[in-house]
Design a protein around this ligand. Structure first.
Ligand code: ADP
Length: 230
């Protein structure tokens, strides 16, 4: 497993590096206009962004695999999820998608950066794999459990692919064919983060209709000093 993981990780970084190298070589072959250099730099910036994300995901997975105890604190889920939804709002609007969030006042015990990362991946995916319709995110509390649910009306996942989704570096054939960017680490990270918080990740999906990803965690009491979020 370690060998496969290392080889996948190396491949995942080598591909964009080779692309970057190609673009730099072409840019340097002769002198060019400022616009041309600028467009090359923008491209490098985007590719580097993807690579930084991949390396960050790998580092987080490694850290979580080591089994270190999380340093947790009470986290208000609503505002955290709302922030992540806001971050992708522009991208959803560009695709003509409606992206909504409804959040109850729910608290969990967790590591905010990791929870943010998990929610970001779910919302990112929902927008990435949906071409029309809506992405609806909700934060609710029921029977002492907090749930973050992300529903989309996107391409969905075939039943035979569902067990593989969340495997490290796994991408469905459809995801690859859609030429969407991705390393196949996002859901693996979500799964690992949820596991580290002793929560559950539920996935339901119908090809051509959409998907529903839900993170369920133990809810805790709001700390005495916390004011209710707006
Ligand atoms: P990627 O970098 O490919 O997005 P992820 O680990 O985030 O990697 O997701 C793994 C695979 O699960 C994706 O390649 C895609 O096939 C499928 N997937 C994830 N989220 C969705 C979604 N909301 N709708 C349809 N397919 C999804």
């Amino acid at each position: 497993a370690l060998r496969t993981f290392t080889s996948n990780a190396a491949h995942e970084l080598q591909t964009p590096l080779t692309v970057l190298q190609g673009h730099v070589e072409i840019a340097l072959r002769r002198s060019r206009s400022a616009e041309s250099y600028e467009s090359t730099l923008h491209l490098l910036d985007r590719k580097l962004d993807d690579m930084v994300r991949t390396v960050r995901a790998l580092l987080t997975l490694t850290r979580l695999d080591r089994g270190e105890e999380l340093s947790t604190e009470p986290v208000a889920l609503g505002p955290l999820v709302r922030d992540e939804v806001d971050t992708v709002q522009a991208r959803a609007a560009d695709k003509g998608l409606s992206l909504t969030i409804e959040a109850e006042d729910v608290w969990v015990d967790g590591q905010p950066d990791l929870l943010r990362e998990a929610v970001q991946n779910l919302v990112d995916n929902a927008v990435k794999y949906t071409e029309e319709g809506a992405v609806r995110v909700t934060v609710t509390e029921e029977a002492g459990r907090a749930a973050v649910c992300c529903r989309d009306t996107g391409m969905g996942i075939k039943a035979e692919d569902l067990p593989h989704v969340g495997g490290r570096f796994y991408r469905s054939a459809e995801a690859g064919a859609a030429e969407s960017e991705g390393s196949g680490l996002g859901l693996a990270l979500v799964r690992r983060i949820v596991e580290a918080h002793e929560g559950e990740l539920q996935v339901e999906s119908t090809p051509g209709e959409g998907s529903r990803f839900e993170i369920v965690l133990d809810a805790v009491m709001a700390p005495a000093t916390a004011s209710s979020p707006p």
